[in-house]
Every structure is written in C-alpha cells, then in structure tokens.
Design a protein around this ligand. Sequence first.
Ligand SMILES: [Zn+2]
Length: 69
Amino acid sequence: MAIPNVKRFRPFCPTCNDTFTLMAVLPNEANVDTYLSEAVARHDHKAFSDAKAAMNKVRVGQQKQVKKK
Ligand SMILES: [Zn+2]
C-alpha cells in the first residue's frame, strides 16, 4: 500500500548531535526549512537516544547471530 506524497527528511538535531529520520506529508506550499526547524525543536531527545541505544543493541545482536549457510 503506497502512501502518497510522504517525504523522508533527515534533519540534524544539535541536542542529540545526530540526524533523525522524519516522515511527513507536506503540502506543496509548505516551507521545508521552517518545518524541519520546528521538528528539531519538538524532537523527543530522550526517546531518540533510547531508540538509538536499542538499535545499537539489535545491531550487535544481529552480528553475533550471523551464521554460515
Ligand atoms: Zn534531539
């Protein structure tokens, strides 16, 4: 099922010192720069760092589980 007009952005959050992925449907007349600066201002830094830590754990786990076929 395709979602129409969803764009992916990678704004940089100076608080997290990292970029985060943002999926959004923006009207054509929307100002992307304004939208992204607002998104960074609203960024949930705690949740982001938790998710990043969890992601790193999964990555390490996957590396350990690599099996030869
Ligand atoms: Zn942040």
